[in-house]
Design a protein around this ligand. Structure first.
Ligand SMILES: Cc1cc2nc3c(=O)[nH]c(=O)nc-3n(C[C@H](O)[C@H](O)[C@H](O)COP(=O)(O)OP(=O)(O)OC[C@H]3O[C@@H](n4cnc5c(N)ncnc54)[C@H](O)[C@@H]3O)c2cc1C
Ligand code: FES
Ligand code: FES
Length: 357
């Protein structure tokens, strides 16, 4: 079972195929067809939706590509789609700005752009043009051209954010916090299952029980097996709920980057610590992908064109691997530090990655 808020409505899904993407779920199950499918591979942004998370008593909004996001990711979050923005007859300021600036022609890309603009405005107390360009870089438009859309971003972000989401923020935070339970959840459907451990210990245990399961972190690589290769993955273990894997920290001698930390979070974390790496990470895909994709996923995917491995080699980084039964005492001296090489054997990269200062 998973639970999440669809805008303000609590949704409990007791049985759902965990191979479903949020895009298919929205369009085929909920008949919410405002969110569009362009490429189904994370490139065009037509499927962008916003995921709201409660972080330290406030809402944080992230635009993600729903075509690559598996439904298990929705657990404990607020899903906002283009259908949720309008209030009565009044368009949301993000939609109105697109109208005022003539930011839409055929309209296929427009819901995606609107959701990127929405998240940009919600998260930016102060903003600049670079931020707006970054927020829109994962959305493609074949007919309007980008100047009017950038004008819409400027119009939107130049006004104070006043919308229905501000009025309900405290209530939504409280409701999302109520969905945050300590026990491991499981989503089943169509003969497939996905485990959602909350702690490294639960993750270690369930991976021991299901060593052939597919681990899914951001899903920006793994989901392509479902959407492009039409594979069915019978057992999944989602890492997204394991907050301990997302932590990035600094000690006197080194930085530790959690394998589950998103590339976006790592970019922010390293911005002043190792600016060159942070700058390089900003060239990685789009904001949508960086918000979901993780460093652990990039390494474990072992793509010959993956960008993280050369970067980690250049930093003389150590990977701290965790394997099977050794997971039980996480974190402990039983981690196997591997200095200067990627000796992964049949390991689980769920432990932090370490870069020497
Ligand atoms: C449009 C697009 C653009 C992209 N651009 C780039 C780019 O510019 N540069 C680049 O390098 N990559 C790029 N990628 C690839 C991808 O986004 C990255 O590799 C990303 O870091 C994968 O992380 P993830 O968390 O989404 O991995 P997932 O898809 O969740 O997982 C990938 C693989 O890693 C395994 N895995 C995940 N986490 C762990 C863990 N902690 N321990 C063990 N195994 C684990 C999974 O089982 C799976 O086999 C792009 C992808 C898309 C769709
Ligand atoms: S449909 Fe193109 S990014 Fe999702
Ligand atoms: S308005 Fe047609 S693709 Fe953007």
């Amino acid at each position: 079972m998973i639970q999440f808020l669809l805008n303000n409505q609590l949704v409990t899904e007791k049985e759902l195929d965990p191979n479903l993407t949020v895009l298919t779920y929205l369009r085929s199950r909920l008949r919410r067809s405002g969110t569009k499918e362009g490429c189904a591979s994370g490139d065009c942004g037509a499927c962008s939706v916003t995921l709201g998370k409660a972080v330290k008593g406030k809402m944080q909004y992230e635009t993600v590509n729903s075509c690559l996001t598996l439904v298990s990711t929705l657990q404990g979050k607020q899903l906002i789609t283009v259908e949720d923005l309008k209030q009565g007859d009044r368009l949301h300021p993000a939609q109105q700005a697109m109208v005022d600036c003539h930011g839409s022609q055929c309209g296929f890309c427009t819901p995606g752009f609107v959701m990127s603009l929405f998240s940009l405005q919600k998260n930016s107390e102060s903003w600049d043009r670079h931020q707006a360009e970054t927020a829109l870089a994962g959305n493609l438009c074949r007919c309007t051209g980008y100047r009017p859309i950038m004008d819409a971003a400027v119009q939107l972000c130049s006004q104070p954010c006043r919308d229905q989401f501000m009025q309900t923020e405290a209530n939504v935070v409280q409701r999302l916090e109520g969905l945050n339970t300590p026990e491991m959840l499981e989503l089943k459907g169509e003969g497939r299952r996905c485990f959602l451990p909350k702690t490294p210990e639960q993750l270690a245990q369930i991976y021991l029980e299901y060593p052939d399961a597919s681990l899914v972190a951001g899903g920006t690589d793994l989901s392509l097996q479902i959407t492009q290769q039409y594979k069915k993955l019978p057992v999944l273990i989602a890492l997204e709920q394991v907050e301990a894997l997302k932590v990035c920290s600094e000690s006197e001698t080194h930085y530790e980057l959690g394998a589950g930390a998103s590339l976006h979070h790592i970019t922010d974390f390293l911005a002043e610590r190792i600016p060159g790496v942070s700058e390089m990470l900003q060239r990685f895909a789009s904001l949508q992908i960086r918000l979901q994709g993780t460093l652990g996923g990039n390494i474990a995917n072992a793509s010959p064109i993956g960008d993280a491995s050369p970067m980690l080699l250049a930093l003389n980084a150590s990977l701290i691997l965790q394997q099977g039964e050794k997971n039980a005492a996480w974190p402990s001296t039983r981690f196997l530090p591997v200095i200067g090489k990627r000796s992964c054997s049949k390991g689980n990269l769920s432990a932090p990655l370490r870069c020497l200062k």
